[in-house]
Design a protein around this ligand. Structure first.
Ligand SMILES: [Ca+2]
Ligand SMILES: [Ca+2]
Ligand SMILES: [Ca+2]
Length: 337
């Protein structure tokens, strides 16, 4: 009986699903039968591995680890692994799970840094019925470009004095690379630095005087340095913002209404001789002027209560005397509802 049932189940498996009708006889010789349907899972589990296209585990705080995630339409048992050619670099066991993720920092199982290059994130496993499946996603480990930074968070060349006249950018490369670098305002290139320049491994720097290509100063604002490095390993893009202005200004709200308190916190780019004055001018109202309070470290704060008046754009103007006697001014719009 057992052997017959097994033979029938095997036949059922071959046909995927079919009515099953085992026949048995009881002690009295009465033949009884039952019918049911066996569903056999012959569908391999669909697995989706997800890896970043590239990452750079060089400790510079940008893309230093790779988030390797996977999901499957049904629970699987197997492994997630990073492989290089035929070599398994790292592996993590999967036990009856339908999703998971690991963080890879570019080291092997012994904790040693692995070489730059193209790796494969491979997820393989079997579903509950034993059907196997494997899916892979490529990822490039590229430490070619790293440590991109500005020497200062802000500079103010526009007033032409000797204070905060420039900012120096620096980065390093671990191999020869073709580098393109430029400074952008949003998506607009305001200053090209290098275009497809071949540079060797080492530390690199360049100083910006806050001017366009044509020699005129850029306007106050936040600018983005973008460095692209191409090598035999891959392409890395790093960006770093810098402020060109007399003050870094933080408003408690971008939009205010009557009765609300607007707090303005500012950091002076250049050393000041005294706390700056701040003027708040609402549409249809006389300007209100206050002296900011020093918070230390070049930071100052002041607050205004928004008066009744027409809606529109109010203007906050900050004005202070720098340590060399020059006047440093900037302004910000504030929407009044
Ligand atoms: Ca990095
Ligand atoms: Ca200056
Ligand atoms: Ca100045």
């Amino acid at each position: 009986m057992k052997a017959r049932l097994k033979a029938l189940l095997t036949a059922a498996a071959a046909l995927s699903a079919l009515p099953l009708m085992p026949v048995a006889a009881d002690a009295a010789g009465n033949r009884v039968s039952r019918t049911w349907t066996v569903r056999v899972d012959r569908t391999p589990p669909r697995i989706l591995p997800v890896a970043p296209a590239t990452f750079s585990p060089n400790g510079d705080g940008v893309a230093d680890s790779a988030h390797l995630a996977w999901s499957a339409v049904e629970p699987i048992t197997g492994s997630a692994a990073v492989v290089h050619g035929s070599k398994v670099v790292r592996a993590w066991a999967i036990s009856a799970k339908a999703a998971g993720a690991v963080t890879w920092t570019g080291t092997d199982a012994a904790g040693r840094r692995v070489a730059d290059g193209t790796y494969t994130f491979r997820v393989s496993g079997r579903d509950a019925a034993g059907n196997p499946a494997t899916k892979t996603a490529p990822l490039i480990l590229d430490r070619t470009l790293g440590g991109l930074r500005w020497s200062v968070p802000a500079f103010y060349p526009n007033d032409g004095d000797a204070l905060a006249p420039s900012a120096k950018l620096a980065f390093s490369t671990t191999r020869t690379a073709v580098v393109t670098a430029g400074i952008y305002s949003g998506t607009t290139l305001v200053r090209s630095i290098w275009t497809n320049r071949r540079i060797g491994a080492g530390a690199h720097a360049w100083t910006w005087n806050g001017r366009h290509q044509n020699g005129t100063f850029v306007g106050p604002g936040t600018y983005t340095l973008r460095v692209i490095a191409r090598s035999g390993i891959g392409t890395t893009v790093l960006t770093r913002d810098i402020l060109v202005d007399a003050y870094a200004v933080s408003l408690s709200a971008a939009s205010v209404k009557a009765g609300q308190t607007l707090t303005i916190t500012m950091t002076s780019t250049e050393p000041l001789a005294a706390a700056p004055t701040v003027t708040f001018k609402q549409p249809g109202r006389a300007a209100v002027k206050r002296t900011a309070t020093a918070l230390g470290g070049g930071r100052y704060r002041v607050a205004f209560v928004v008066g009744k008046g027409s809606a529109g754009t109010a203007v906050v103007t900050i004005s202070g005397r720098d340590s060399r006697g020059g006047t440093n001014t900037t302004s910000r719009p504030v929407a009044v509802r």
